[in-house]
Design a protein around this ligand. Structure first.
Ligand code: SF4
Length: 311
């Protein structure tokens, strides 16, 4: 699979088939906590970075196999970067809506929400998961390091407009980095923005996976809980969704694992849960991939993560 990966066990959405709309890593932000590494093309240009037809064809091939399609809880449009930069976003959502009755979600950093055409496309999704890590210009620039033309006010107003115009759910995610966007001023500014936006859910997160910058440190569970209690709206910290264990774990194959590890660092446990594979043979395969330098191992928060190295 070239543009699809998983299904992976998403902490937000359950078993999710990822649809990747961009080559790695094109984004309008260069977040210090990004699990994909540093942004290589910082841009706000909307283009057809990958032919829309190629993505729809791959989806059709996936959906033609009823056994694989039945394992998917949700189709998640994401990217090795910012998915709203892809000009074919609306067409891909419409294609999915015609071909499946499973919900479609889109993850976005919100940077293009000042554009009416982007909001119109996102309004076709069942769930939009935008991020808003800070409502203060100083900490917004520090944590997200956006492209020059991105305006924080445009993001906040765009989120409020999408909430009014969209028919689906808005689950707003805030990722906190210790000492960067967790001050009392940050919380006051976030609450002002949250009252305006009124998301259906607020999901609080911290640096759970290996970040782009080593100085991006996670909050303790207690600090994250404390912030969650102060937020204006229905806030929760993100926890792992429990997926039903498959009746008989299957053997892992590299062609399924590598696309996953290209998009995000995962532990052996993440892979077993997402793909329903046996623990011991998954670890054996990871050791072989490591030996062949096809994956690298990173220790983060006392957990061993595997990922495909950047080219
Ligand atoms: S976390 Fe998302 S928005 Fe931030 S740089 Fe990475 S891909 Fe872009």
């Amino acid at each position: 699979m070239k543009h699809l990966f998983g299904p992976v066990n998403s902490r937000r959405l359950g078993l999710s088939l990822g649809i990747d709309l961009l080559p790695r890593k094109i984004c309008s932000f260069d977040c210090i906590y990004c699990e994909l590494g540093l942004t290589t093309e910082l841009t706000c240009a909307r283009r057809e970075y990958i032919p829309t037809g190629a993505i729809c064809d791959e989806l059709d091939r996936f959906l033609a196999d009823p056994n694989r399609a039945a394992r998917v809880d949700v189709f998640t449009i994401t990217a090795s970067g910012e998915p709203t930069l892809h000009r074919g976003l609306g067409e891909i959502i419409r294609h999915l809506r015609k071909r499946t009755d499973r919900p479609v979600s889109v993850l976005t950093n919100g940077s293009l929400l000042h554009l009416e055409e982007v909001r119109r496309e996102l309004a076709l999704a069942d769930i939009v998961v935008p991020s808003l890590d800070s409502a203060r210009p100083e900490s917004f620039r520090k944590i997200n390091r956006p492209a020059r033309e991105v305006e924080l006010e445009g993001i906040i107003n765009g989120l409020a407009a999408l909430r009014q115009e969209g028919h689906g759910q808005m689950w707003l995610e805030i990722l906190f980095v210790k000492g960067v966007n967790d001050t009392a001023e940050d919380i006051v500014a976030l609450n002002r923005a949250l009252r305006l936006i009124q998301p259906h859910r607020i999901q609080c997160n911290t640096v759970a996976r290996p970040p782009a910058e080593l100085f991006a440190k996670m909050l303790t569970p207690a600090a994250l809980r404390d912030i969650k209690e102060q937020l204006a709206g229905p806030a929760a910290t993100i926890v792992d969704f429990a997926s039903p264990a498959p009746a008989a774990p299957r053997l892992p194959v590299a062609s399924e694992i590598l696309p996953m590890l290209q998009r995000r660092p995962c532990t052996a446990g993440d892979i077993c849960q997402a793909l329903g594979t046996e623990r011991a043979t998954t670890e054996e395969l990871l050791a072989a991939l490591l030996k062949d330098s096809l994956v690298q191992q990173i220790n983060h928060n006392n957990q061993d993560y595997y990922q495909v190295p950047n080219e």
